[in-house]
Design a protein around this ligand. Structure first.
Ligand SMILES: [Zn+2]
Length: 241
């Protein structure tokens, strides 16, 4: 049947399907950081901006663009320097990674972490963790304790997923275990999570805020393997628990 004589319903369906396919493809390209910055309608991410629009896509744009990474990770928001790529082998390695020592005014030394995770950490710490610490605990955070970034290993703690490589295997994840405050106090996941104290409420709020910047933000409520840390990653899946 010639298209001019097609019933309108069929034409509407075809147009809707086409629109879904085009927007789905565009979202996929942004999701995987495949849109080069020079072709992107989104401005490059700026770490001094709280709650940036389309923060997920703008973080993903850092994944394959070393010069954009260098331009984005700047002082005083973060202290970081690029490290050479480690070609992927057996599911392990990294690209566009940095070595960092400070983010959002707190010491946070990490040997190798993707630029994307480093930028997400800087935004989270500067605009959320520090504000929450001042409001809820009356003191800023001076040091963030972690249990590691890069590790060539599979997912642990879940039988269904243990056959798959962890995001740690590509330096795209970090495990945060606690926060040291300027007044000398330490707030730890292992001892303060679930408390009805200000420290316990602070940890809950910090976890919730992490979900804005990290696609996966798992804490003690997720499973036993996470009883003492937040697992934060910028992989392809989304989970906030
Ligand atoms: Zn982890």
């Amino acid at each position: 049947m010639p298209s001019a004589q097609r019933p309108p319903r069929r034409r509407i369906f075809a147009k809707t399907l086409l629109a879904i396919l085009i927007s789905g493809s565009a979202l996929t390209l942004f999701w995987f950081g495949l849109v080069p910055q020079r072709l992107s309608p989104l401005a490059p991410l700026s770490l001094d901006q709280a709650n940036p629009w389309f923060v997920d896509f703008r973080l993903a744009a850092l994944r394959r663009d070393a010069s954009l990474c260098v331009a984005t990770l700047n002082s005083p928001h973060i202290t970081a320097e690029p490290v050479g790529d480690k070609p992927f082998s057996n599911g392990c390695g990294w690209r566009t990674a940095v070595r960092m020592s400070k983010a959002g005014g707190a010491t946070l030394p990490v040997g190798t972490i993707t630029c994307e995770v480093a930028a997400a950490l800087a935004l989270w710490i500067e605009h959320d963790v520090q504000r929450l610490a001042r409001e809820m605990l009356g003191s800023p955070v001076t040091r963030i304790e972690h249990m590691g970034g890069y590790a060539c290993r599979n997912i642990i703690g879940s039988k269904a997923l243990m056959a798959f490589r962890s995001q740690h295997a590509t330096a795209n994840a970090i495990d945060i275990s606690g926060f040291r405050l300027a007044d000398g106090r330490s707030v730890k996941l292992a001892s303060n999570w679930g408390d009805s104290t200000a420290e316990g409420r602070f940890l809950k709020a910090a976890h919730g805020a992490a979900c804005h910047y990290f696609r996966v933000a798992l804490g003690p409520n997720y499973n036993k393997a996470h009883h003492d840390h937040f697992h934060l990653d910028r992989g392809p899946f989304v989970r906030c628990k």
